[in-house]
Write a protein of this length. Structure first.
Ligand code: ADP
Ligand code: MG
Length: 219
């Protein structure tokens, strides 16, 4: 199993944002987590992505309990195993597309322009590599973000509402890229409030009030 959530809860005062949730995700799965606003999706993603810790329960990645790792080990898991994509792009406005990807490489201590260009080519943006974010459409900016997330060859791609700011055409382009990443062997988890988007994944988890309401296969 790549990911195991064992009775995890995230509790804020009286609110159980995630409530005693169990989930296992085998390596190579193409999974959507769908739920309305406030259902606990981002809270869940933050715990899976090692950005937050559960109030109760355990998160395991490749059989390792995250709570047993020290800060350095946790940072390494975050750095080496997980690629994150958000609704907001968080691109540096005065750096070009390829430079934005190289910033991520710098964080991984492997700055290499050729590899950054290859990552952009993978998302169909090679010819836009030297444009600034402001010269790119929203869909193109999100593709730069995906290229940036791919730089450490992560096993797990976690995308939280990656199409939330995009028009229909750009949304579908992003979905095709995520599907291609799945076909190339990665585990992909997309988080969305949009039923139509979720239905494109092979497995769909529906959450409501921090609990799994439905878990079904789509193929
Ligand atoms: P979603 O991503 O599905 O819209 P969230 O995970 O962001 O939902 O939020 C789930 C619930 O947890 C919401 O009611 C939200 O207000 C609450 N919540 C999220 N983060 C915090 C926090 N840091 N402190 C208090 N409540 C929070
Ligand atoms: Mg959210």
């Amino acid at each position: 199993m790549l990911l195991e959530l064992d009775h995890i809860s995230k509790i804020y005062g009286d609110l159980r944002a995630v409530d005693d949730l169990n989930l296992t995700v085998p390596e190579g799965e193409w999974l959507a987590i769908v739920g309305s606003s406030g259902s606990g999706k981002t809270t869940l993603m933050n715990m899976i992505g090692c950005m937050d810790t559960p109030s109760k329960g355990s998160v395991m990645l490749e059989g390792r309990k995250l709570e047993d790792l020290n800060a350095k080990q946790l940072a390494d898991v975050r750095k080496n195993m997980i690629g994150l994509v958000f609704q907001k792009f968080y691109l540096v406005p005065h750096l070009t597309a390829v430079e934005n990807v190289m910033v991520a490489q710098y964080y991984h201590s492997v700055v290499n322009e050729q590899q950054a260009l290859e990552a952009l080519e993978r998302v169909g943006l090679k010819e836009r590599a030297h444009h600034l974010p402001g010269q790119l459409s929203g869909g193109e900016q999100q593709r730069v973000c995906i290229a940036r997330a791919l730089i450490n060859c992560p096993k797990l791609i976690l995308a939280d509402e990656p199409t939330g700011n995009l028009d229909t055409k750009s949304t579908q382009e992003i979905m095709e890229i995520l599907k291609e990443l799945h076909r190339s062997g990665r585990t992909v988890i997309i988080i969305t409030h949009d039923e139509e988007i979720a239905s494109q994944a092979h497995r769909v988890i529906r959450i409501l009030d921090g609990r799994i309401e439905e878990d079904y296969c789509n193929r």
